[in-house]
Write a new protein. Structure first.
Length: 558
């Protein structure tokens, strides 16, 4: 079945296997399945819609609506929402059943859900066991971390997203099991590496990409089990150390030159069509230990799934995003949903089953349209029902949603608690303010720094040795955006130890630069440049890189 996306007008395919999946995940009430219809949006627009409901990095000062104390929150003070500090929200100082109401069959579901959203309290941040790591969000088991999002089991790390089991890493994204690293992207098991991408099990390397098990390499691409290499040339230990000493202390200009040299080298060498390791019958990128997974990105230990992103342990699920650390099973259109089974159209729902169109619920089962419930069952719009009442009412509600065109659709972007440019969607699907407002979505204006006196700007010195800790009291100005930013003492000590100059760009601009080092989360049909076999890859056909299929690439690099 070919369909046309109602948002971007792109053509996309619904296979027989997809239709079987939608039937299999359809909820059952009183022995009758309430069939989930095929999607009306293409996979990219569906991912964009889910991402618009998540904010990892844009944090705000505001007051708790319960106690009035000053807090940090993912929700800005101008949002028409009631926000409580984490501990307050998790306490017994409020009752989510107070906000319960009957379903009104004269109104749309989203109109009623939006009303409940505006009235009920929301948790300021989602962190668990975060020691001295207040300025983080969607994080678990952190110590001494600052401005990282979607991270777990990390220590002494700053400025990044999707950082897992890392220590002393700064300015990184999708980095796993690494230590003393800077500007690492989509890599794992690295130690003391700087400016590296798509690399595994490397140490003491500078400006490398797609390298595995390499040591002491500079400006290299596509190497495996190599040591003492510069521009992919093995130079030996003595020559390597001589050139390293000749290079001297790193400056911004030297880093820019190394980056340019690597880019030139890359264009002359074959690229792997996708980073897929220990997988069977799978497509996507950054996919590990998975079987029968298609169009999946940044996933591991998944099986029989499609259109997953940032998901470990995704089993028999489609269109699920941000499900770490416990994954999902038989779920569809679930965002930031963890440890769930048989769950559809949710956001921030953890550990339960059979949840529909709900958000911020923990350890709940068989609920619909609920917000903020804990350890509850058979609830609709935060109102308790018996099992028999629930089973009788749900088919009526679903039929009403069919009539309004809402059944089978995830929460729309226009109803997100965040403005588009605060959300993760803006990183992967950037839009201008004019485009966002034209679609009827929200835009956050931010703080006008020009109207705030920030003190005199201070230029970032060329080398770290030209600074001392007093630079942490200075206001620096981003050379790309003009935005002011600061260096915190923990950050300066990290740069000092690794010999890295103070960044000339603000954290937001550095984050955007890291995103550009990865390909889009989209698959194109393209021919292998060596054997001409058709393959699915994240390299668009009109891109100039030399792209090989897996077999040809491995034959070349080994």
């Amino acid at each position: 079945m070919q369909k046309t996306c109602r948002q971007c007008s792109a053509s996309f395919e619904i296979t027989d296997a997809d239709l079987k999946f939608y039937e299999d995940v359809s909820p059952v009430f009183n022995g009758k399945k309430e069939l989930v219809p095929p999607p009306t949006l293409c996979p990219d627009c569906r991912l964009q819609r889910r991402m618009a409901w998540r904010n990892d990095r844009t944090l705000h000062h505001r007051k708790s609506d319960l106690t009035g104390k000053q807090i940090i929150s993912m929700y800005s003070a101008d949002k028409p929402l009631k926000v409580y500090d984490q501990n307050e929200w998790l306490s017994d100082q409020w009752d989510p059943f107070v906000y319960g109401r009957d379903f009104d069959f004269t109104r749309t579901f989203m109109d009623q859900f939006d009303e409940l959203t505006r009235e009920i309290p929301h948790m300021s941040l989602y962190t668990t066991n975060a020691e001295n790591s207040y300025y983080t969000n969607h994080t678990l088991n952190l110590k001494n971390c600052y401005l990282i999002g979607g991270a777990g089991n990390c220590e002494d790390s700053m400025y990044g997203r999707f950082i897992v089991s890392c220590k002393d890493v700064v300015d990184s994204g999708s980095l796993f099991l690494s230590e003393w690293c800077y500007e690492g992207v989509a890599s794992q098991l690295c130690y003391h590496c700087l400016f590296f991408t798509y690399s595994r099990n490397c140490s003491d390397c500078l400006m490398i990409e797609d390298c595995q098990s390499c040591k002491n390499c500079i400006c290299c691409f596509g190497l495996i089990n190599k040591e003492y290499c510069i521009m992919n040339e093995e130079v030996g230990k003595e020559e390597f150390e001589r050139r390293l000493q000749e290079q001297g202390e790193l400056t911004y200009e030297k880093i820019s030159q190394l980056r340019s040299n690597l880019q030139q080298l890359k264009m002359s060498l074959p690229h792997r069509h996708a980073h897929i390791f220990n997988c069977e019958e799978s497509t996507g990128d950054m996919l590990y230990n998975s079987k029968n997974c298609h169009a999946c990105f940044d996933c591991s230990d998944c099986e029989d799934s499609k259109y997953l992103s940032f998901t470990p342990k995704g089993i028999s699920s489609h269109d699920c995003t941000f499900t770490a650390p416990d994954g999902v099973e038989w779920c569809y259109e679930a965002g930031s949903t963890v440890g769930m089974k048989n769950t559809l159209f949710t956001y921030l729902v953890w550990f339960g089953s059979n949840m529909l169109y709900s958000t911020e619920c923990n350890h709940c089962h068989d609920c619909f349209g609920c917000i903020g419930l804990r350890h509850k069952q058979h609830c609709i719009f935060n109102k308790q029902y018996t099992k028999e009442e629930y089973e009788a009412l749900m088919p009526r509600i679903i039929e009403h949603m069919r009539q309004t065109g809402e059944w089978g659709e995830h929460f729309p972007e226009a109803s997100s608690r965040f403005c588009y440019n605060e959300s993760v969607a803006a990183d992967y699907y950037p839009l201008s303010k004019e485009e966002v407002l034209k679609r009827g979505w929200k835009w956050h204006e931010g703080v006008d720094t020009e109207k705030q006196y920030m003190g005199p700007p201070f230029p970032a010195p060329d080398t770290i040795s030209q600074t001392d800790e007093s630079i942490c009291s200075q206001i620096l100005t981003c050379t790309q955006t003009g935005k002011p930013y600061k260096v915190i003492p923990q950050e300066w000590k990290f740069y000092k130890r690794l010999g890295i100059p103070i960044p000339r760009h603000c954290p937001d601009e550095r984050h955007q630069s890291r995103l550009k080092r990865r390909n889009p989360r989209h698959l194109w049909q393209r021919q292998c440049a060596n054997c001409q076999k058709e393959m699915q890859t994240t390299y668009a056909p009109d891109r100039p890189e030399i792209v090989y299929c897996e077999q040809c690439y491995l034959a070349t690099v080994y």
